[in-house]
Design a protein around this ligand. Sequence first.
Ligand code: SF4
Length: 362
Amino acid sequence: MSSGQFLKDIQGKIANQERLSREDGLALMCHPDLLSIGKLARQVKIQKTGKQVFFNLNFHINLTNVCASRCKFCAFGRDQADEGSYTMTLEEVLKEAEYGVATGATELHIVSALHPALPFDYYVEIIQGCRDKFPSVHLKAFTAVEIDYFSRISGLSLSQVLTRLKEAGLGSLPGGGAEVFSSRVRSQLCPNKATGERWLEVMRTAHGLGLKSNSTMLYGQIETVEERIDHLLTLRQLQDETGGFQSFIPLPFHPENTQIPHLKRTTAYEDLKVMAVSRLLLDNFDHIKAYWIMLGIPVAQLSLAFGADDLDGTVVQEKITHAAGARTAEGITQKELLPLIREAGYIPVERDTLYNTLKVYA
Ligand code: SF4
């Protein structure tokens, strides 16, 4: 089949709301006509969320960078004795959170490393403390990898861990730690943390308990195109089962300061291709997020023409990607976000963590 006919077939499937296959995904990911693929992805974005593009006012807190896992793609984790290692007390967390809430944040985004000595109770107390002090702020916390780790250090089941955190005030899960589910990739890059199957089990359990989450894919490290597509299709399958994913967030790998610094940062072309193909394959996801911290603001803005409908949040202070050499600012103001969305021809909508509309900037 000619490449033009292939794209016409994909267009027909989209018009008929027909699900794309693994072969479609592979062919799209390898197809050179980025602009036509972007146009198709934009069509799907418009079908799902019209002219609206979402953002929220949030604030990131990373409780500790001391990590027992030391994944090869991570520039954030440290050993306890390393220079720059830190662990926050509850008082320090509340002080930072107070600053974040004063900037207008409606969400605290809390993720950390896998500390070898802290007990599970530490994390419960942090959530409870934030809930008591900021009762109206949404607490989006802990990757599925951290939840798996809490289960291992506490001896509690996933369901018991999530229930204790939910009772303490946890509102949803952010979706990190998925990397690429392939066991080949994980055994080489992050053998000490939850497997892909376990990540999915955490999410299945969380969704079953009524906790929504996001989902991610860290691409541009050693994964193949097939492993990328299989990752997306695995997420699509779990979404069919639970409906608990709010969004998908493709995350380009940043090699600086990691154990694999020889790898090259992905190109803008590749970032936009992954964004568009994700929008096309994940037909049961309402939202595709362009996480500006990792993409950079220009590519994040362009992503709005390639199927993305969400620019994440104001963040205010970001440590994880900046440890890996990200050159974006650590935060962005609402005043800076609005023109980025308007310039791309969309209507900015401030949302809360669960995608309830807070304000439409018509
Ligand atoms: S990615 Fe997470 S688990 Fe892996 S080393 Fe970094 S902080 Fe630790």
